[in-house]
Design a protein around this ligand. Structure first.
Ligand SMILES: [Ca+2]
Length: 379
């Protein structure tokens, strides 16, 4: 006892201060280990929910819930990575690298990429039509090689083109590991918006209910699902279609700056009088907060993809695949979370240029209507 008291006295204020800092450091390390490094893989330009998901991710990053250093674009239009970069800059980040997938699916420009990029003239330090982008697979390999083991969470909200090509990749200048080995070491899991796990759809597959992200690149979906060595969590069509963005939020809560590319894209896509289903945001939410019970998760199993692009789920206790199941009682909370994140005010990299001359989102949407626009059938 005497020895202990003497030790305490010697330990003194300096010792307690050191111990305090060590505990703080350990807490910080633990926080970093739990905060996912999100790899954001998008078919930006096909649907406006990708834009909403990207802004929501920035909101999570602002809250300290995730890291976001790399965006990958699997849509084959050169305007898609430029638009993705535009959103990053709009949200205050000029340092996020964007990788592009050469010869990716759906090379058409879509409904909002070009009009919004035209309104942004002068804000991007390059010409979107001629910009050279890093190859997505090389960028992904370099990024994964640089992050701590098991810190990455891969969010796939478009086609599986890049994920498939990455998993097939061999050693390169960035890593001696293959794509499968890199995924095993660096990724916790993959969260995908893909497929349809509604029991009736799985029993009665038709050309109309094949899900877009799978059917537009079936070979890549098959390859990615077959090769992926870490758990995959699917958010099927049936989940996101129940989570709709309130149009009131678009109209009333996104007016903190005139140049708001999210609001512009929303209006250009299907107009302001529309509550867009939020398929991609469900996958992002589960990727960042997998333990918070926003959704139920199915039993484990194996997902297969048919030649027609339909997903099937086969229960298997040792399977790496699960799918999300909507909990009705959590839906209002989820919609509120999405609404607040997507209408958040950022310290934009465009300040003070945000006050620059541009047409409003409402004007752009009206022009689209006057041009005789017809709704696309992407699903
Ligand atoms: Ca998407």
């Amino acid at each position: 006892m005497v020895l202990w008291e003497g030790s305490c006295a010697n330990f003194g204020m300096y010792g307690f201060r050191c111990l305090f800092y060590v505990i703080l450091q350990l807490q910080e390390m633990d926080k970093d280990m739990s905060r996912p490094n999100i790899i954001f893989d998008t078919d930006m330009g096909n649907d406006v929910d990708d834009v909403l998901a990207q802004v929501l991710l920035h909101s999570f990053v602002q809250d300290g819930a995730a890291d976001f250093d790399v965006a990958l674009v699997n849509k084959g239009s050169l305007l898609a990575p430029a638009f993705t970069d535009l959103i990053n800059r709009f949200c205050g980040r000029t340092d996020i690298e964007v990788g592009f997938c050469p010869n990716g699916p759906t090379p058409e420009e879509g409904l909002f990429l070009r009009p919004v990029l035209e309104e942004s003239e002068g804000l991007l330090p390059y010409d979107p039509d001629t910009k050279k982008w890093p190859d997505a697979v090389s960028l992904l390999r370099r990024h994964l090689a640089s992050i701590p083991d098991r810190s990455g969470v891969y969010v796939s909200i478009g086609f599986c083109t890049i994920l498939s090509r990455f998993l097939e990749s061999g050693p390169d200048e960035y890593s001696t590991l293959t794509g499968v080995e890199l995924a095993t070491r660096k990724l916790r899991f993959v969260s995908l918006m893909a497929g349809n796990f509604d029991a009736q759809v799985m029993q009665n597959p038709t050309p109309e209910n094949a899900e877009h992200n799978i059917v537009k690149d079936i070979p890549s979906a098959v390859q990615a699902i077959t090769l992926c060595p870490v758990p995959m969590v699917f958010s099927g069509f049936e989940v996101g279609v129940e989570c709709c963005f309130p149009r009131r939020v678009v109209r009333e809560e996104m007016n903190w700056c005139k140049f708001n590319p999210l609001k512009m894209a929303y209006g250009l896509y299907l107009g302001m009088e529309h509550d867009r289903p939020l398929w991609d945001l469900t996958s992002l939410l589960h990727a960042v907060f997998p333990d918070e019970g926003h959704f139920d998760v199915s039993e484990p199993g194996t997902v297969t993809v048919s030649d027609s692009g339909h997903t099937m789920f086969h229960p298997d206790a040792s399977g790496l695949h699960r799918y999300l199941i909507l909990k009705d009682e959590r839906l209002p909370e989820i919609i509120d979370l999405f609404s607040k994140g997507c209408s958040r005010r950022f310290d934009s990299a465009f300040e003070p240029a945000l006050a620059a001359e541009c047409r409003s989102a409402e004007e752009l949407a009206t022009e689209r209507c006057m041009a005789g626009f017809k709704e696309p059938n992407y699903v």
